[in-house]
Design a protein around this ligand. Structure first.
Ligand code: DP6
Length: 342
């Protein structure tokens, strides 16, 4: 059975980072990670059968991509078709809700949406919706999405999501630890650069092992993750914020001390981080940052402080682009006809 489906899948921001892999083929991370699923940053992907043709017809953000220009996406589609014992070609039209150049991670939402979309096209909407609603179904879809990009694994769930690496590559699990309705956290993404990152996260994951800080990081990471889970359970935002900042700085310290080193942020960003810490202290305002593999800073706060934080950022950076997001839900299969613009 092949039918046209449309999937909306969210991006996520890691509070505890996935950095370094034990097995890059099976996408087994070196440590557990934990993220917040986002509400506005998402990908909408429509997938349908293709009659005729000699390969899949794929468009990403309105641009035709080919096997030569984006082999990773083509291989992902091939992999799922093979996994489901199907054959033939598909047409894929994928769009992000955020501009590609804005530096938000598009691979998490992109591969999550593509995976559910291809699956839905081949297995049918009802079957795939049931999978999204069941624990084992989510594990299966997430495991496929992870093979496209690790961070997509966590985008299969909403709220606060824990990627457990398990005792082997095949025992990885994705678990929602807190539903989005249970704690409304906001995320202001401050854009410092719209240039492509100097080193892709896939390449930087490999380099992590060359940093003298990486093994000490892994040795202490379980404790930090446990403390993060406690902070989430207790809705202790100041504790969560401190853990999240330490984690982001440690990830970047590993990147900067890898061989060759990877620098994702410059002096302007460092000054911003210092300014944010000062404002936090001066105003006794619980506002904290995290950063993924790029120069853009995610500034997080609870909903009770959202207007204060927004005003503070706008006053300090009137000319910077700032995306306002918040915790959100997992992927959904939409009725294709609802969004005719795709
Ligand atoms: C810094 O998921 O982009 O965002 O699995 O090679 O596609 P691949 O890497 P990717 O790595 C994300 C790294 C990070 C931290 C995180 O999301 O946990």
């Amino acid at each position: 059975m092949k039918e046209t489906v449309q999937v909306k899948a969210p991006s996520n921001i890691a509070l505890m980072k996935y950095w370094g892999k034990d097995n890059p083929v099976l996408q087994w991370p070196a440590n557990d990670s934990l993220s917040m699923t986002l509400n506005h940053a998402h990908t909408i992907c429509r997938v349908g059968p293709l009659d005729g043709g000699s390969d899949h017809a794929i468009k990403i953000n309105d641009e035709v991509v080919t096997r030569a220009s984006n082999e990773r996406v083509f291989k992902h589609v091939d992999m799922i078709i093979k996994e489901l014992g199907e054959e033939g070609y598909l047409q894929v039209d994928s769009r992000n809700s955020f501009p590609t150049a804005c530096g938000l991670a598009s691979s998490a939402s992109g591969f999550a949406a593509l995976t559910v979309g291809v699956f839905g096209c081949l297995k049918g909407v009802t079957y795939t919706r049931d999978m999204l609603a069941s624990y084992s179904g989510v594990q299966k879809l997430a495991a496929l999405a992870r093979l496209g990009s690790g961070s997509a694994f966590r985008s299969l769930q909403g709220g606060f999501v824990w990627w457990q690496r398990g005792a082997s590559a095949l025992e990885q699990k994705v678990r929602q630890v807190l539903e989005p309705e249970k704690w409304l956290i906001h995320d202001f993404v401050v854009l410092f650069s719209d240039k492509p990152k100097s080193v892709s996260s896939t390449d930087a994951h490999k380099l992590a092992w060359s940093s003298p800080l990486f093994k000490p990081r892994l040795a202490g990471h379980r404790v930090r993750l446990q403390q993060t889970l406690e902070a989430l359970k207790e809705r202790d935002f100041r504790r969560l914020g401190m853990l999240m900042e330490t984690e982001a700085l440690e990830m970047h310290a590993v990147a900067m001390s890898s061989r060759p080193p990877v620098f994702y942020f410059d002096q302007e960003v460092s000054e911003f981080l210092a300014w944010l810490r000062e404002e936090r202290q001066r105003r006794d305002l619980p506002v904290y940052f995290t950063m993924d593999a790029g120069p853009n800073v995610h500034v997080l706060c609870e909903s009770k402080n959202v207007h204060h934080v927004e005003a503070l950022l706008q006053e300090r950076f009137p000319s910077k682009q700032i995306f306002h997001d918040a915790v959100g839900r997992g992927p959904v299969i939409e009725t294709a006809f609802l969004s005719p613009e795709l």
